[in-house]
Design a protein around this ligand. Structure first.
Ligand code: GAP
Length: 447
């Protein structure tokens, strides 16, 4: 983890928040490369669960919601951890995470446990009194439940169908840590999938498989993923059944995504508190009923961390250690780097033309500083799948070299074929299609 945190900081993926003031505990800022990676994770998720399906639609609900939402959802009462405080050093600990009966920091005596609500409280408007209390949402899900009828009426979707949402959530966690694994402000990617009661088990199993496969398709090694069923004691107040998709993080197996069968808990609660019907009318059977909900709920930041951990690699190359991120091309922050062999004007003009052209399609970097070998290593370290090298020969034959990150294989091809070839490779086609006149060779070999 230390190596990854250092790479993320050094290369501009993730910085400690408010660093010039000494940082803010458990808060992190995504830098120029981190924001691209995070955006790519969200886009890949949206594409898989909304764009490519006809039974899903999207939503973007507000973070601040009517305070009654949190009464109805059970969060005001039930969203709490048992907390103990050290009588000597006053550090607070989660009771369920304590290894013994005394303070892990100073060995002092601990207070009796008390419930600590994890929601962040704030006030709406200028008056700070109880009537104006509201909360930062601790999950995005509630924005979906309260919009169930709105979506149903405006899209005319029939069961089974789902609503997807990506957005920030806030929890005043007692213990945070492990970089971006557990923070107080984080982003979730949540699906609430509405089904007819009785079909919930089948849809639950369907989503378990679907979500597990999503991580594998984007490059996470199968051996680093596992499903873990929640015990009765662990189940959230709303859940009938829940599995975690765990990932083998550097600190051990830990939850990446939770998939819960929430039954009709949420719609029944909101109907009762709001006085508005949240029934569904089945036109075929002429029945009214409250749908059951299957909820695959993933963390954006945890996914980013898992993709980074899984991609990180060190290998010997040409007498030194090559650090690289084997990020899936879909997730890589920079897709292509354009590298002129020298800063000679003619070469730079051609390289900049190629750079400008490719930038219309992808995030591309231009780098002309230091040796070509060093530039390749710099791109390897941030996971750039392809480098395009422009050399003196390019001025004569109109061809350039593409070098692939993982294999370090290189091919030479006409500039006119560059965009289509990169396009095919970035979409995951396993072999370069060599155009007429193209050649293939290994890094370090002469052409
Ligand atoms: N709506 C259901 C729900 O919120 P959860 O298991 O509490 O379920 C879902 O959260 C996901 O959100 C987790 O699997 C995790 O990826 C992410 N998550 C939860 N708390 C987090 C935190 N404090 N920091 C970062 N990610 C968190």
């Amino acid at each position: 983890m230390e190596k990854l945190v250092s790479l993320c900081r050094r290369r501009g993926f993730i910085f400690p928040s408010s660093e010039i003031y000494g940082g803010l505990s458990s808060c992190w800022d995504y830098g120029p490369l981190g924001v691209e990676l995070k955006q790519n994770v969200k886009q890949a998720w949206w594409r898989a669960v909304v764009q490519e399906r006809d039974d899903m639609v999207g939503l973007d609900a507000s973070i601040l919601m009517h305070p009654q939402t949190w009464e109805a959802s059970g969060h005001l009462k039930g969203f709490a951890d048992l907390l103990v405080e050290c009588k000597s050093c006053h550090l607070r600990w989660r009771k369920d995470e304590l290894p013994g009966d005394s303070c892990p920091s100073c060995g002092g005596e601990l207070t009796e446990p008390r419930l600590f609500n994890l929601m962040f409280k704030t006030f709406m408007g200028p008056v700070e009194d109880e009537a104006n209390v509201t909360y930062l949402r601790p999950e995005t899900a509630q924005g979906i439940f309260v919009n169930f009828q709105n979506v149903l009426n405006t899209t005319r979707k029939r069961l089974p169908f789902g609503i997807a949402q990506i957005g920030k959530a806030f929890r005043n966690e007692i213990t945070t840590g492990n970089f971006i694994f557990r923070t107080r402000e984080f982003e979730q990617m949540e699906i609430e999938y509405f089904v007819k009661p009785g079909t919930d088990k089948e849809w639950f199993d369907y989503w378990l498989e679907e979500r597990l496969n999503w991580y594998v398709k984007l490059g996470i090694k199968k051996d680093n993923l596992q499903l873990r069923q929640h015990t009765k004691e662990e189940l959230a107040h709303y859940a009938r059944e829940c599995y975690d998709i765990d990932y083998l993080f550097p600190m051990g197996w830990a939850e990446l995504e939770g998939i819960a069968n929430r039954g009709d808990f949420d719609l029944v609660q909101h109907a009762s508190f709001s006085g508005k019907s949240l029934d569904y009318f089945d036109e075929e059977t002429k029945e009214h009923f409250v749908p059951y909900i299957i909820e695959p709920s993933a963390g954006v930041d945890r996914s980013v961390l898992a993709f980074l951990c899984d991609a990180y690699d060190e290998e010997p190359a040409e007498g030194e250690i090559r650090v690289l991120l084997h990020l899936h091309p879909t997730l890589a922050p920079i897709k292509v780097a354009v590298l002129p062999l020298s800063r000679r004007e003619k070469l730079v003009t051609l390289a900049k033309q190629i750079y400008a052209d490719l930038r219309r399609h992808w995030m591309v970097q231009y780098d002309d500083a230091q040796s070509i070998g060093r530039r390749y290593r710099r791109q390897d370290e941030i996971g750039t799948p392809f480098c395009v090298t422009v050399d003196f020969q390019s001025l004569e034959d109109g061809q350039v070299t593409i070098r692939e990150r993982d294999s370090m294989n290189q091919i030479r091809l006409p500039i006119a074929e560059l965009k289509n070839t990169l396009d095919a490779k970035l979409k995951g086609e396993s072999l370069f299609v060599l155009p007429p006149g193209g050649k293939i060779w290994k890094e370090g070999e002469s052409v």
